[in-house]
Design a protein around this ligand. Structure first.
Ligand code: AFP
Length: 337
């Protein structure tokens, strides 16, 4: 079909259409997604002018993980917290930037939201893509009571919705409510997200692998052998694969969602439990990739079935095209203890 003749669909319109398909839908989740869309636009605008307004650089303090906090991290966190507080539908927020759960005044709100407001922020100073990640759960306790930790510590399979925004050569918002994955592109001239692709599917096999090879020496045997397998020549399975690593999980997985392949952040000497956070990096990205037809494991278990113990817990992750994940799983089973 001639693309120029298709009518443009805005994020708002798409969300409302989705809501109308469910009898009895209250519109609360739709409102929440729209609020996140608004925060994304504000963060995007700030990132785009970061170099000009001298907002770049370190804030001089460290976040809960002992990492340097950038000014834009703080800005993005403030925007997400204020967007999520708007509707009264969220009772608790967990953010990468805040050690403790943030309890909102709207304690009867039925949603709990996890967010990494600016993932990949160590890349901002060099103009590399970064992202915002979110993961939404419904409370398990009665909304007449105060929310408690049980509401926050749910496995990824219980996510109601999840998504990310990638601030790249254009800003894109990608989300799922469990009915496939939809992508939107921001038109900055009018400040609207427009539907880019509905029900996007990840290829079953992709010819790229994405891992920080600098920590090769501390990987276990199965992973070392798998990476060698990726580098071997076998045209029938599209090998050797190309190595692609941005160092910004959102950007790496955005590429993999479209082109296929695998993203790996394993356990290593520096990060015995992996570096990435289960609740606001691994789970939401796993929900997206699974909804697009891919897979995500921690080496043995499906990421989304891990029962969390802590808000900021870390996990190794192997995520991407079905066949690529099955291959690494086979190597880990055979050669790793
Ligand atoms: P920052 O937010 O500190 O830049 O970390 C980004 C990240 O959490 C994830 O987005 C990357 O995939 C990963 O860390 C990169 O880690 P390495 O620098 O150790 O490869």
């Amino acid at each position: 079909m001639d693309k120029t003749k298709e009518r443009l669909i805005t994020l708002e319109e798409f969300i409302i259409r989705g809501q109308n398909r469910f009898r009895g839908a209250t519109g609360e989740l739709s409102q929440l997604l729209r609020d996140i869309g608004l925060a994304a636009k504000i963060i995007s605008r700030e990132i785009n002018k970061a170099g000009i307004t001298n907002i770049l650089g370190n804030m001089g303090s460290e976040n809960v993980h002992g990492e340097h906090v950038k000014k834009l991290d703080v800005f993005a966190n403030d925007q997400m917290l204020s967007a999520l507080s708007r509707s009264g539908n969220v009772s608790m927020i967990v953010s990468e930037e805040n050690k403790e759960v943030i309890r909102l005044q709207s304690s009867s709100g039925k949603y709990i939201v996890y967010t990494d407001p600016l993932d990949g922020s160590s890349n901002i100073d060099v103009n590399v893509s970064v992202g915002t990640i979110f993961s939404i759960y419904r409370r398990v306790t009665d909304t007449a009571d105060e929310p408690d930790l049980a509401d926050a510590l749910q496995p990824g399979v219980s996510q109601t919705a999840a998504g990310y925004v990638v601030y790249g050569s254009s800003t894109m918002l990608v989300y799922t409510t469990g009915l496939g994955v939809t992508t939107f592109t921001l038109d900055p001239s009018i400040g609207e997200f427009f539907l880019a692709e509905n029900n996007i599917k990840i290829p079953d096999l992709g010819p790229t692998y994405s891992i920080n090879e600098g920590s090769y020496k501390s990987w276990d045997e199965g992973l070392k052998k798998y990476i060698k397998f990726c580098q071997e020549e076998d045209p029938a399975t599209q090998r050797p694969y190309s190595a692609r690593y941005i160092g910004s999980m959102v950007a790496d997985l955005h590429r993999i969602l479209h082109k296929g392949g695998i993203f790996i952040y394993p356990s290593s000497k520096a990060y015995p439990n992996g570096k990435l956070r289960l609740m606001y990096e691994c789970n939401p990205m796993s929900f997206i990739i699974e909804q697009a037809g891919g897979r995500s494991i921690d080496g043995r278990r499906r990421i989304m079935e891990i029962m969390p113990d802590e808000l900021h817990q870390r996990s190794p992750i192997f995520i991407g095209s079905k066949q690529n994940v099955a291959d690494v799983e086979r190597f880990l089973k055979e050669y790793s203890a």
